[in-house]
Write a protein that binds this ligand. Structure first.
Ligand SMILES: NC(=O)c1ccc[n+]([C@@H]2O[C@H](COP(=O)([O-])OP(=O)(O)OC[C@H]3O[C@@H](n4cnc5c(N)ncnc54)[C@H](OP(=O)(O)O)[C@@H]3O)[C@@H](O)[C@H]2O)c1
Length: 257
């Protein structure tokens, strides 16, 4: 039995991964943005060990979640699943002055990784769209560029892949991998999404707990339990360090050595 924490698990793939893991007898801690969503989350998976609460669109909310995780943990695995999609029609600024998509999709997994007691395994939700991401830290907050929601999302998912591989390199004692779940009809994916919903939560759950040799690797990128190629920049150690340094400056917290 493993203890697994899944961010953004009030709905969609996070909740589905929690349901899979709980059905296999693992101890699952879920996460919701506020108390009202925490109630929905508890009702959706009553077997969950707990539901942590905090809005990942602010540094203060991320720190609240990390504190709760450290009080309830340690965990054998953390799945960084919370995310927002590609349909924001304009740049939404957060209370920290950052682009909403970047703060939730990139800075939150970075800061939670840095603050939560190191688990044995880390899984980061990426997307096939990461291959269209710009491997650049020139204007990651979209202050100078004309807003493009699909590009902002693709960039954020490239950065998630970079983060997974950077952590794999920095922390050799931790298995850190990224997952492309397929384009599936969750709230984010939309009703026309063509991929197989039943397979979409499987790979992240497998990477979190399985003793299968194919799952006990680090620095991998998977689609439906098979390795897949990534944007080449994801394996660029210089770019990885640049992203970590940028997130350190934004959050005021360095990734521990
Ligand atoms: N669906 C796809 O086709 C697809 C494809 C590729 C990758 N992915 C990735 O898979 C992950 C899950 O996506 P999904 O399709 O399951 O999306 P979803 O159905 O929209 O669920 C997203 C989850 O994240 C939570 N969340 C969003 N913003 C948050 C915030 N500020 N604070 C706390 N929680 C927050 C949501 O909470 P609320 O319910 O309260 O909003 C929800 O639980 C994402 O990282 C996404 O990029 C999805």
């Amino acid at each position: 039995m493993s203890r697994v924490f899944i961010t953004g698990s009030s709905d969609g793939l996070g909740l589905m991964a929690g349901q899979l893991l709980a059905a296999e007898g693992h101890s699952v801690t879920l996460h919701a943005r506020n108390d009202s969503r925490a109630g929905d989350t508890r009702a959706a998976l009553p077997q969950a060990d707990g539901v942590l609460v905090g809005d990942l669109s602010s540094l203060a909310g991320m720190r609240q979640v990390a504190e709760q995780a450290n009080a309830a943990g340690p965990y054998d695995a953390v799945i960084h699943n919370a995310g927002i999609g590609y349909r924001e029609p304009r740049r939404i600024g957060t209370e920290d002055g950052l682009a909403h998509v970047f703060e939730v999709n990139v800075l939150a997994p970075y800061l939670l990784t840095a603050l939560i007691e190191r688990p044995g395994r880390l899984v980061y939700l990426s997307s096939g769209m990461h291959r269209g991401g710009n491997a650049s830290l020139d204007d990651p907050q979209w202050e100078r560029r004309r807003w493009d929601g699909a590009q902002a999302y693709s960039d954020s998912k490239l950065f998630d892949t970079v983060l997974a591989f950077a952590v794999a390199r920095r922390w050799p004692d931790v298995l850190s991998n990224a997952v492309e779940p397929g384009w599936v009809p969750t709230r984010m994916g939309g009703p026309g999404a063509p991929d197989d919903m039943s397979l979409a939560p499987v790979t992240q759950a497998w990477l979190a707990v399985s003793s299968d040799p194919a799952a006990t690797v680090s620095g991998g990128y998977f689609y439906h339990q098979q390795p897949r190629t990534t944007h080449p920049a994801a394996r660029d150690a210089v770019f990885q360090d640049a992203l970590l340094g940028y997130c350190t400056r934004l959050s005021g917290t360095e990734l521990p050595r």
